[in-house]
Write a protein that binds this ligand. Structure first.
Ligand code: M6R
Length: 589
């Protein structure tokens, strides 16, 4: 949530900060703002809406120091006033996170006569730093952050002070190291192609950033050392190629995600065996799409390795009193590796003695740094808010992990099957015709996705994706549950999408189609079972998938449901890359 960036150096900060914000927009797009140091003073430009609205405000401005913010609103509605940077006295600040005790702090500051101009939690930070500032900015920041409860990554600029100062707790923050210039940002895409090296800050770090150097301190301002690593973020991730949307571009990268994730698995297979040795119980955690991948992971591990698995929503897991035994291994699944609920749930599990395996495509994320082992999802950066190729990458990693847990070899038929499936996905991404069903979705008042076993897990994903980017209400259900309540919702304005990839369950799922159609509802079937397609073709619109190894069918049906959601959103004129009210990484609780 919220993207932040800071720059100090020989180039024009207005341009660098603006470009960085454009690259960070997937983190939130309710408002945007930039503060630039002009003749020693903080000049602030901010606006409700997307980053491009700043362009006319900053055009022609030259500055060597600046900070910027693109917002996903938590406290205070999207507006010019609530846009960051927030300023008070000589201080300008951009913040990502939530200050949970802001009400108390604001009350105290207001009692002292300070006037607030926004209804955000973040504005208290500018006031606090200003109140502690007596000539040493890092000291003022260190004192101010000690007052904060919640989470923060912040970058501060002060009139009369050359350096910028950054601090973090729970929310991610990285430093970009250049020659005669340095950067600070909430995440790597902001720095794509900008600097050769980065370093990742740890909780409670405070960084003092000048043109020529970066010094990192702990919360008491004792120097600490953080490792510099190569900046691997490439500007190419922002190149749409010939695709109108990142979602389509990233769907077309599904085959590469499957292949690359499966090749990378070999590098960690031995360490993985060590981490899982003695595992007698597994918990898979994640949120949203990552949780849906976890549901498939559960089915794979239980079917192949016969080890009991619980797949849990990370946001729920962390608020219960989980049972962790000495043989418990937790798999935390997360594209960003920064989802607050997944991180907190993982920390809880670790603190109770579980081993932690991160399944992520963000190797420098907080989750990766917390984990005993990272199972790499090599999907590359995902820009579209709706997860696509990261999901299929996560499924691939969990499938291979389940095979290893079962003592199987990751070679021969297993990898061949994945390769075949990647090829089939490539064909689907180019040629699958979902148009008729997408139009049916677009005309429906509600769309229900149903399936059994593996297909049920994909039904949940299909439903989430359609809601997320088309705003059509709906739900994902086990096919058998339909008659236990949802059937009451079925009428001629609703569509039920039935996923059938398991021959053994096809008959039972066909019953559900009949039940829907009998009650006047419309139905569509996504299947690779020929007999089901033949039997149901008079009653439902059929999307036919190729045949594949049973347990890999979710890779194909995932592409189908994601493509269906994409086309529906486009038909309805929605922007699938930036759905309303959402942001890509949910770094607040
Ligand atoms: O970065 P993560 O994988 O931890 O994110 C989890 C969810 O926020 C994410 O999958 C979300 O549900 C997607 N936008 C769905 O498309």
């Amino acid at each position: 949530m919220c993207g932040i960036i800071g720059y100090i150096g020989g180039k024009n900060a207005a341009e660098i900060v603006y470009e960085g914000l454009e690259n960070l927009e997937y983190r939130g797009y309710d408002s945007a703002g930039i503060a630039l140091k002009i003749e020693g003073k903080n000049a602030v430009f901010k606006k409700k809406g997307r980053v491009h609205k700043l362009l006319p405000l900053i055009e022609g401005i030259q500055s060597d120091t600046g900070i910027g913010h693109t917002r996903w609103a938590t406290h205070g509605k999207p507006s010019d006033e609530n846009a960051h940077p927030h300023t008070y006295g000589k201080i300008a600040v951009v913040h990502n996170g939530i200050i949970e005790n802001y009400g108390i702090l604001r009350g105290q500051l207001e009692k002292n006569g300070e006037k607030f101009t926004s209804s955000t939690d973040s504005e208290v930070i500018a006031h606090l730093i200003s109140s502690y500032y007596t000539g040493n900015l890092s000291e003022a920041v260190a004192r101010a952050v000690k007052m904060l409860e919640g989470s923060y990554a912040l970058i501060v600029m002060c009139e009369g002070v050359e350096e910028i100062v950054a601090a973090k707790y729970k929310s991610p923050l990285i430093i970009g190291l250049g020659y005669g210039e340095n950067f600070c940002a909430s995440d790597e895409p902001a720095l794509a192609g900008k600097c050769p090296q980065i370093c990742v800050l740890e909780d409670d770090d405070i960084a003092v950033i000048s043109k020529s150097e970066v010094a990192v301190f702990d919360s008491n301002l004792n120097p600490v050392t953080r490792q510099n690593i190569l900046n691997l973020a490439l500007p190419a991730v922002f190149d749409l190629g010939n695709c109108p949307h990142y979602m389509l571009k990233e769907l077309r990268e599904v085959p590469a995600s499957i292949k690359n994730t499966s090749s990378a698995f070999f590098d960690v297979a031995d360490s993985f065996k060590e981490v899982i040795s003695g595992a007698d119980r597994i918990i898979v955690l994640g949120c949203g799409t990552a949780y849906h991948a976890g549901l498939l992971g559960k089915r794979y591990i239980e079917s192949f390795a016969r080890i009991p698995v619980e797949a849990e929503n990370a946001g729920e897991f962390r608020y219960k009193n989980p049972v962790i035994t000495s043989g418990t291994v937790v798999f935390a699944v997360s594209q960003s590796g920064e989802t607050a609920d997944t991180l907190e749930a993982s920390k809880l599990a670790k603190s109770l003695g579980a081993k932690l395996v991160a399944v992520t495509n963000s190797p420098h994320s907080q989750l990766s740094r917390l984990a005993d082992l990272v199972l790499p999802v090599v999907a590359g950066s995902e820009i579209c808010v709706a997860a696509t190729k990261s999901y299929t990458g996560q499924i691939t990693a969990l499938y291979l992990a389940a095979l290893l847990l079962a003592g199987a070899e990751i070679s021969g038929e297993n990898t061949r099957n994945l390769g075949i499936c990647a090829g089939q996905c490539k064909d689907l991404c180019q040629n699958l015709n979902v148009e008729t069903v997408a139009h049916m979705c677009a005309q429906s008042s509600g769309v229900y996705f149903i399936g059994r076993d593996l297909d049920y897990a994909v039904a949940l994903e299909g439903s989430l994706k359609l809601k997320e980017i088309s705003y059509i209400p709906g739900e994902g259900y086990p096919a058998g549950e339909l008659k236990h309540g949802t059937l009451a919702l079925i009428d001629e304005n609703t569509l039920t999408v039935v996923i059938i990839t398991d021959e053994a369950l096809a008959g039972k799922c066909a019953n559900a189609v009949n039940e829907v159609v009998t009650r006047g509802g419309k139905a569509a079937v996504i299947t690779n079972v020929d007999s089901a397609a033949e039997e149901l073709k008079g009653q439902a619109e059929i999307i036919l998938l190729p045949k594949c190894e049973k347990y890999l069918s979710p890779l194909l049906s995932a592409v189908a449901v994601q493509m269906l959601a994409y086309r529906t959103a486009v038909i309805l004129g929605r922007n699938p890359d930036k759905p309303r009210n959402l942001a890509k990484s949910v770094t607040v609780e």
